[in-house]
Design a protein. Sequence first.
Length: 196
Amino acid sequence: MKGLSDGKKCIICLVLVVIMGILLFYTYADDNANEYEGIIRLHVIANSDDEDDQELKLKVRDAIIEYMEEQDSLKTADETRAYLQDNLIRLETIAEGVIAYEGYDYPACASLGVRYIPEKTYGDITFPAGNYEALNITIGSGEGENWWCVLFPPLCLLEEGTDDTSEDNGNDDDLEDGLTEDESLQLRWKLMELLS
């Protein structure tokens, strides 16, 4: 660089800064990319770790799952994603209704986006840690333990445990709850395809 003028040195430095910026942008974007297309998770975050707030989290979870069970016309991840995106305010209203009914005045915030989710096991199917699309329901300040499940395909209906982000201790029978043997087998094959 000894033989280059100051103007050329500035241009070279500027080009290098732009290239580094582009590389950083794509590196960051890749970290937030959905690694598991076709799967939409549900994430409910409690206001605090207080026992009452943790119980409230589970009641909000139950109401959201029950509401989504009623949306039986949603057959694909794309349909489910579009429905969730169009109904975030309705989902917040459901959560806030449960919160108010239980005597609290916390707000609820619903959002849809890609989140890092730790490894989780449902019956004999393990979802590896990674970036998943997720419906987040945050209660109040959202500083408490959280709860995960798979909203699409609908595994929330199958999980009995209420663990936070650690592995579930459920048994293989969890997958059969509410499903015929054929439906359970089809669901397992579909999930294996999505996770591979």
